[in-house]
Ligand binder design. Structure first.
Ligand SMILES: N[C@H](CCC[C@H](N)C(=O)O)C(=O)O
Length: 276
């Protein structure tokens, strides 16, 4: 099966984007893993599949697969690239695009300066809904890992996140604590792990060890989860500039029950085709 695709990235978090409206695509975890291989395949953090919506109030549905072949619920950088992809290829002429994901929806606004603004929905904090194992909901959960007890926040943006506050992201033990917490038994569906350094009440530095992909240059849902955790801890104000290794995102969250907004770039790198 020959498949046309577009390679894109959001601050270096890179994607293979496939239009499954005009071509039939049959993906298995094994095929996704082969395609994500940076030596033997195309290479990406996630694969995004553009499909017709299953609901009349939505413009599209998009499915997200991690490099390890797992299908996931949401992707923030992917949503921006998705919006740019469907607009630039004239699959829609709208600048406000409603897209259905595995766990909800997002509204994507294409801005005049080529930035993309996404309504990421409101965060989920109830442990059972994240999911995260805890006796009761809290802002900070003590968690034992690698022989130490850490203070973790747990947030879902449709996908599960754990967030730690660190003094310096450059020296944070992402390579060791990232995988240990990603697969911690208290996260029954695993989790994305954010390491957040608070620079001021309106600025953080962040590194994210992503579920199913490892550390990425940027993580959109991770930036949202970090700002939510920082606000709940009383460390951040509503409007936060998030510095990730791949660049900056602007995240705004007015508080519990409100949606998180994310603004950032979406870049097309090349078009290609491949035989699956
Ligand atoms: N690894 C994530 C999915 C991709 C999220 C990330 N690339 C973003 O921009 O939000 C997960 O397993 O939930």
């Amino acid at each position: 099966m020959q498949v046309r695709f577009t390679k894109m990235h959001g601050l270096g978090n890179d994607f293979m984007v496939i239009d499954a409206l005009s071509q039939r695509v049959k993906l298995t975890p094994k095929i996704v893993r082969k395609l994500s291989d940076r030596n033997l395949g195309i290479g990406f953090d996630q694969l995004l599949l553009v499909e017709p919506p299953s609901r009349p109030d939505m413009d599209f549905r998009y499915r997200i697969y991690n490099a390890d072949g797992s299908e996931v619920e949401h992707c923030g950088n992917g949503a921006r690239c998705f919006g740019r992809f469907v607009r630039d290829r004239r699959l829609t002429m709208k600048d406000e695009i409603r897209v259905e994901t595995a766990r909800g929806q997002a509204v994507i606004y294409l801005l005049k300066d080529r930035q993309v603004d996404v309504d990421m929905g409101s965060p989920e904090l109830v442990p059972a809904e994240i999911p995260f194992q805890a006796e009761q909901q809290a802002v900070i959960y003590p968690i034992d890992v690698d022989g130490q007890t850490l203070e973790l926040s747990a947030v879902s943006m449709g996908n599960p996140h754990g967030v730690l506050v660190v003094d310096d992201v450059d020296t944070a033990p992402v390579e060791t604590l990232g995988p240990a917490l990603e697969s911690h038994p208290r996260f029954p569906q695993k989790a994305n792990i954010g390491f957040m350094q608070v620079v001021s009440r309106n600025e953080i530095r962040l590194r994210v060890y992503e579920r199913g992909a490892g550390e990425t240059l940027a993580c959109g849902t991770g930036a949202c989860a970090a700002v939510v955790a920082g606000r709940l801890r009383g460390l951040l104000d509503e409007d936060v500039l998030v510095h990730l290794p791949g660049g900056e995102l602007r995240i705004r969250w007015a508080g519990e029950g409100k949606a998180v907004r994310m603004i950032g770039p979406a870049t097309t790198v090349f078009e290609g085709q491949i035989y699956l």
